[in-house]
Write a protein that binds this ligand. Structure first.
Ligand SMILES: Cc1ncc(COP(=O)(O)O)c(C=O)c1O
Length: 417
């Protein structure tokens, strides 16, 4: 109802500021570049000859470089869970024991999935706030005198806690124990975001997926196998007719690489994503960008932090992921924070996963991301904290901008006169 042409304040809807481009800062699926999305918009080609065959060959030729291995790379249609299944079914036998190393949610769930296939799963307990302890792994393997454990499952970055595990140290612990187990690493959150050296770190199987650092919509999983994994494949009785590496190792036609019709549109999109990675300067340049962006997030969290409010889930910087940050909110209601970010500003943040879902949230900072996008996210969170009258130690925005600024100095023209 209007009085003299004025709408009384009590009748007004909340001011709508969210009428621009939305920002999704969840830890996957990440933002997909328009170039990659546009690559989907093509008619279907011949799948037995021509460009699609060339694209598939190029992708499969390049795949080992992504994981830094001289081993074999496989692609399956599916999400990360499909990659997990391909890894397990091609290397293990019914009744084998696997040891899932807990540092959050995902390696444990990988273990639970394997159990459905007939594998005996044991969890090496860990916390939600620390990386896996290599000594605990060492001691468990030494105790396994009969070598019943056939595979160790671990997440490189666990997206739920945002911890990054030290894979080289875990390999060293395995070697020191003299145990012959396979080491299988889930790089679904970290691939193309954080340094990863499959061969140099002695990893036998690596699993990743398309929808995070690789910048392609969900639908492709990648599995890499080193020599020990390929030897295990020879006698693995969990093999099935779909994920089987057999026909994919010596395919006569592209069709066999994918156990059927190739994921045509995804392959064109993946080629475009590879081209964008090349233009950026390759993997090392990507890792450095992710590190710089992660440092800006950490600076913001440091700036906001108070004893009863915002804080890191992973305290030690060396153990923090460069792709995702899990933030504890203390007495600030994390659901409200996320709701107001979304409804008020069009920003979607990641939910808290773990024992503090009401008091934590996550920022995904992976894939196609630059300071403009990330600083917008950080500033929106700060604006929301201000709106909620939440306790904050200081400006996270200023701290994040300073962190980014310190990385831009080599772009500043110097006066040579
Ligand atoms: C580390 C990690 N592993 C596995 C998965 C499961 O992948 P998907 O949901 O694609 O099956 C995820 C998903 O977020 C993940 O972050």
């Amino acid at each position: 109802m209007s009085v003299n042409g004025e709408t009384p304040a009590t009748d007004r809807l909340p001011l709508n500021l969210a009428a621009g481009r939305d920002m999704v800062a969840i830890p996957g699926p990440s933002i997909i570049p328009e170039r990659v999305l546009n690559a989907f918009a093509r008619p279907m080609p011949d799948i037995y000859a021509g460009e699609l065959v060339e694209v598939s060959n190029e992708i499969l030729r390049r795949l080992p470089d992504l994981a830094r291995t001289a081993g074999r790379g496989f692609i399956t249609i599916g999400n990360g869970h499909a990659g997990w299944q391909m890894a397990i079914s091609n290397t293990l036998n019914r009744g084998d024991r696997v040891l899932a190393l807990e540092s959050g949610f995902f390696a444990v769930v990988w273990g639970e999935q394997s159990a459905v296939s007939g594998v005996d799963v044991e969890v090496l307990p860990g916390t939600e706030r620390d990386p896996v302890d290599p000594e605990a792994l060492h001691d468990r393997l030494v105790a396994d005198a009969q070598h019943e454990i056939k595979a160790v499952l671990v997440s490189h970055t666990d997206t739920s806690t945002s911890v990054r595990n030290d894979i080289a140290s875990l390999r060293e612990a395995i070697d020191r124990s003299g145990h012959p187990t396979l080491l299988m690493v889930d790089c679904i959150a970290s691939m193309a975001c954080e340094p990863y050296e499959m061969d140099a770190w002695g990893v036998d199987v690596t699993v990743a997926a398309s929808q995070k650092g690789v910048m392609v919509p969900p639908g492709l999983a990648f599995v890499w196998a080193g020599p020990k994994a390929l030897a295990a494949f020879e006698h693995a009785n969990l093999r099935d007719g779909y994920f089987d590496w057999g026909p994919r190792l010596e395919p006569e036609v592209v069709y066999q690489h994918y156990a059927g019709t190739p994921p045509v549109s995804h392959l064109f999109a993946l080629r475009e994503a590879f081209a964008m990675m090349d233009e950026e300067g390759g993997l090392v340049a990507r890792w450095e960008r992710h590190h710089a962006l992660a440092e800006a997030v950490w600076a913001a969290v440091d700036g906001w932090s108070t004893p009863d409010g915002i804080g890191f889930n992973i305290e030690a910087e060396a153990h923090r992921s460069w792709a995702v940050t899990s933030i504890q909110t203390g007495r600030i209601d994390a659901h409200e924070l996320r709701r107001i970010c979304l409804e008020g500003s069009g920003l979607t943040l990641g939910i808290g996963i773990g024992s503090l879902p009401d008091q934590s949230f996550r920022i995904g900072h992976m894939g196609y991301l630059n300071p403009t996008m990330l600083l917008g996210t950080i500033a929106t969170i700060e604006a929301t904290l201000i709106a909620m009258d939440a306790p904050i130690g200081g400006s996270g925005v200023a701290a994040a901008a300073a962190a980014i600024g310190s990385r831009l100095t080599d772009r500043v023209a110097t006066d040579s006169s």
